[in-house]
Design a protein around this ligand. Structure first.
Ligand SMILES: [Zn+2]
Length: 166
């Protein structure tokens, strides 16, 4: 059976600045019907301080090599290495760090799929300690964003999110 990590509705929600949630929604809407992806950057005071968009290059990979990449950007994401390395450099220069990787699910709920888990568990995955945030989008509506924390290399069941107003 395929592995998958779901949301646990009994867990307390994770607080995320309203402006960051707004940007997550906008990114998912703009790339629809393809998945969006990117990083959340934080510091000691605020874990989810700001968002950096990265390009999802899965469609380009799929077109070049459909055997290795059987899905396109509507059903999967592959973060542009150029984009995330640049974001990582800028964060480190500012004394900040990458705290989460996010992507959207088009027409599907907030869970980590077998593919999401494989991607995040590969030895070269650049953010082994980062949380995962999934942004479900149905038609033109984003609903049910969830945060999956990583503990001892494994993703724990997901939390819903709650906006922090400035
Ligand atoms: Zn996914």
């Amino acid at each position: 059976m395929a592995r998958r990590v779901d949301v646990d509705e009994t867990l307390s929600p994770v607080r995320i600045p309203a402006s960051v949630l707004h940007e997550l929604c906008n990114h998912a809407l703009e790339t629809h019907p393809e998945e969006c992806c990117g990083l959340l950057i934080g510091n000691g005071a605020e874990r989810y301080l700001r968002l950096v968009r990265c390009r999802n290059i899965m469609t380009a990979l799929h077109q070049k090599d459909p055997d290795t990449y059987p899905r396109d950007g509507r059903a999967a994401f592959y973060m542009s290495e150029h984009d995330y390395l640049k974001a990582l450099d800028e964060a480190e220069a500012a004394g900040q760090r990458v705290t989460a990787v996010y992507h959207s699910h088009v027409g599907a709920g907030a869970y980590l799929s077998e593919m999401d888990l494989e991607y995040a568990e590969q030895p070269l995955f650049p953010f082994p300690d980062a949380d995962q945030i999934v942004v479900p989008i149905y038609e033109r509506n984003v609903q049910g964003i969830a945060v999956f924390r990583r503990r001892a290399g494994e993703y724990a069941p997901g939390h819903r999110v709650q906006p922090i107003d400035p």
